[in-house]
Write a protein that binds this ligand. Structure first.
Ligand code: ZN
Length: 134
């Protein structure tokens, strides 16, 4: 598989608007987009730091995986996302190497990306995402 860079780091927050203000006032970053991802029951806000982005995630539903994460572990780093070339093949290759996948096939993510998650139980405890432009 061909990982090109860390595309983003996903951070689970309780209140997206407050978290955006925090990143803007403390780190001097500028939020360039807020987007709701219906199929993941989240609202996201994006910041650029060089080639890498910070993706803040707020649950829009108590059944959202982000709501469950925040209830169990509090706010914090939720996942690490690598940009890959050829996401379908990268997911297949991970599976061939015995990695448990959350997504066997890519699905739609924020920012017009195809995304797929690897299960943290088989990735040293880090929820890992692959993503690629559509
Ligand atoms: Zn992500």
């Amino acid at each position: 598989m061909n990982l090109t860079h860390v595309e983003h780091i996903g951070i689970a927050v309780k209140n997206l608007d407050e978290a955006v203000k925090f990143y803007e006032s403390v780190f001097g970053l500028e939020c360039y987009g807020i987007e709701e991802v219906i199929n993941q029951k989240v609202r996201t806000a994006f910041f650029k730091v060089g080639e890498t982005k910070i993706e803040l995630l707020e649950a829009t539903d108590p059944e959202s995986p982000i709501a469950k994460f925040v209830n169990k572990r509090g706010e914090g780093i939720h996942h690490l996302a690598f940009h890959v070339e050829g996401i379908e093949r990268a997911l297949e290759e991970a599976k061939e190497k015995g990695i448990k996948l959350i997504d066997e096939k890519p699905r739609d993510g924020a920012e017009n990306m195809k995304i797929g998650f690897l299960h943290p139980k088989s990735t040293l405890g880090v929820l890992t995402e692959f993503c690629e432009e559509k």
